[in-house]
Design a protein around this ligand. Structure first.
Ligand code: CP
Length: 302
């Protein structure tokens, strides 16, 4: 553990202070500039082994953790869950203990169950990074979103961010709400009544929810986490909650974000997603590699 970042694992934004978040963003800012330059690889993690175990599908998070580790000089090993003994009924904890016995230096995992990373961290000797646990947290996504916003506006404090769509099932929303609030932004939750968590205040009228905001952060509808009745009750989702160019006129200064994967024509119209002036979606992807370099570097620095 290093004194500047006094955490053994990265399990959620919950455990981080505003200063911890700023430290990660400052390091990631430097890595983003490094990645745009001519040098491709460093030896900060030379001799260290990073294991990525994704029990749930991923494109952005898995690839960017892999690229981040390789850019820092780590040996990166991806566990292929479909060909692993998980398919023979091995439990998550037995899998974790098995990998732990191989002595990795850092373990990055995604799992469909809330709290899975925390359970694994309790039995492993190396730092564990939560790359998304069920409806729990997705801390590296929230950090890359914060970096993208900070680089665009030069600040986060005082901005108003509308997080829109399927808040209830979204670990991205949960982590972003915590991180953006800690950094001094005003966060509005916008979505259908059934997709705003009980006990949270939110806007159910999309046009009112995004009026005058600085950032419209769209979320994917996670039908895989809903029962059929809830999914059916959403009806024509795009008509009521899809971000179209007409709707975006309610927030004339706003930039548009989406963590991906996007469902074009459902929560976001293609011309909005591809708008080179308003959409930061590919900038989020670029920030993802830099933020993950910062996370791996901080957790393995002694
Ligand atoms: N945003 C995100 O977590 O994307 P992936 O599922 O592709 O990793």
């Amino acid at each position: 553990m290093n004194s500047a970042f006094p955490h053994r694992h990265l399990l959620g934004i919950e455990q981080l202070s505003a200063d911890d978040i700023r430290l990660i963003l400052d390091e990631a800012d430097n890595w983003l500039e490094f990645n745009r330059g001519p040098r491709r690889r460093l030896d900060r993690m030379a001799g260290l082994t990073q294991v990525n175990a994704f029990f749930e599908n991923s494109t952005r998070t898995l690839l960017s953790f892999e690229m981040a580790g390789k850019k820092l000089g780590a040996e990166v090993v991806n566990m292929h869950v479909a060909q692993s003994s998980v398919q023979k009924g091995e439990t998550l904890i037995d899998t974790a203990l098995t990998i732990n016995a191989m002595r990795p230096d850092i373990f990055v995992m995604r799992h469909a169950s809330d709290g899975a990373a925390e359970e694994v961290a309790a039995v492993m000797d190396c730092p564990v990074v939560n790359a998304g646990d069920g409806r729990g947290e997705h801390p590296s996504q929230a950090l890359l979103d914060a970096l993208t916003i900070r680089r665009h506006f030069g600040r986060i404090e005082g901005l108003t961010v509308a997080i829109c769509g399927d808040i209830r099932h979204s670990r991205v929303a949960r982590s972003n709400l915590k991180s953006l609030t800690k950094l001094g932004a005003h966060v509005r939750l916008v979505g259908p009544p059934s997709l705003i968590p009980q006990g949270s205040e939110g806007f159910t009228n999309f046009d009112e929810g995004i009026e005058g905001v600085d950032v419209v952060m769209m979320l994917r509808i996670q039908r895989e986490r809903m029962d059929a009745a809830m999914s059916d009750s959403l009806g024509d989702y795009h008509a009521a909650y899809g971000l179209t160019r007409d709707r975006l006129a309610k927030a004339p200064q706003a930039v548009v974000m989406h963590p991906g994967p996007m469902n074009r024509g459902v929560e976001i119209a293609s011309d909005v997603a591809d708008d080179p002036e308003r959409s930061l979606i590919l900038k989020q992807v670029e920030a993802g590699v830099a933020v993950r370099m910062a996370i791996l570097g901080l957790l393995t620095r002694t």
